[in-house]
Write a protein that binds this ligand. Structure first.
Ligand SMILES: [Zn+2]
Length: 276
């Protein structure tokens, strides 16, 4: 049994100079491949259930799947709710066996974001669960624009909410399919100067791999969320497997062929965060 909380995996990462991947899952095939990849690399992994995952599969089921994988894993596995938008989302995740919840109040005015995040962090901690909050707004490629994190707001947010990890907006954007962007290093340094809470980068797929590697080692960024990059890898190998034999209709036999390539793609992602 290697079920872990977010604090369990991020505090050592902060002290020892590496980062942990928050891998966005959509179902059994990818979550199983991500745990296999983490075991092969000998690193902890955060399995994340975000809004589109929850639309497809109930949280109660996802909690059991994450915990089942964690029980058999040789590395620490965190069962994490990504982008909970309400107290009820977070409460349901805690009741479903998640060990970490992210409350996203980043669209709200700062006072409301702090007050609501504080309530959820208290609820989570009382249940032995970690809490991630977000200050500043991380936009979406082709959608809502970002609003960068103000360092003073970040310091206040960290102190007043008691979160275990803090997502920040420093040039990162969700759903990016290329890696042409880059993060705003001076803003990261200004945030690090005023708080010691482990920092989280959402939209990690859009961050160049070399920058992921250097920030994993040389900053307080301890968690990079990776979704799009691995969803693209999965989609690509699935399409190839489907097209390989037009007569084949059993989806288990098709999905089996996605496992090894998705493990390989996830291993490449995890390697950059090791701080080696
Ligand atoms: Zn996000």
């Amino acid at each position: 049994m290697t079920l872990a909380t977010l604090a369990d995996v991020l505090q050592p990462a902060l002290k020892q100079g590496y980062a942990v991947a928050g891998l966005v899952t959509l179902g059994w095939e990818d979550m199983r491949a991500y745990v296999a990849a983490a075991e092969a690399e000998g690193v902890p992994v955060i399995l994340q259930a975000g809004p589109s995952c929850r639309e497809h599969t109930p949280l109660t089921v996802l909690g059991k799947m994450f915990r089942h994988l964690a029980e058999d894993a040789s590395v620490p596995v965190v069962a994490h709710l990504d982008h909970g938008y309400t107290l009820d989302d977070c409460r349901e995740a805690i009741d479903s066996g998640f060990t970490s919840v992210m409350f996203d109040g980043s669209r709200k005015p700062i006072d409301a974001n702090i007050a609501e995040t504080r309530t959820i962090a208290d609820l989570a901690h009382a249940a032995g669960v970690s809490c991630e909050g977000e200050i500043g707004f991380v936009g979406y490629s082709g959608g809502e624009g970002s609003s960068g994190t103000d360092p003073e707001d970040a310091a206040r947010f960290a102190t007043e909410t008691g979160v275990d990890a803090m997502a920040i907006s420093v040039g990162n954007v969700h759903l990016q399919q290329d890696k042409e962007g880059g993060l705003d290093i001076p803003r990261i340094r200004a945030i690090e100067a005023v708080t010691n809470v482990p920092l989280v980068i959402h939209g990690g797929s859009g961050v160049p791999v070399e920058q992921r590697r250097s920030l994993a080692q040389g900053s307080n960024i301890c968690k990079f969320n990776i979704g799009t990059e691995l969803r693209m890898a999965f989609g690509h190998v699935l399409r190839e497997a489907v097209n390989r034999d037009p007569a084949r209709f059993d989806r288990v036999s098709i999905l089996k062929e996605t496992h090894d390539p998705v493990v390989d793609a996830a291993r490449r992602v995890l390697r950059a965060f090791k701080g080696e």
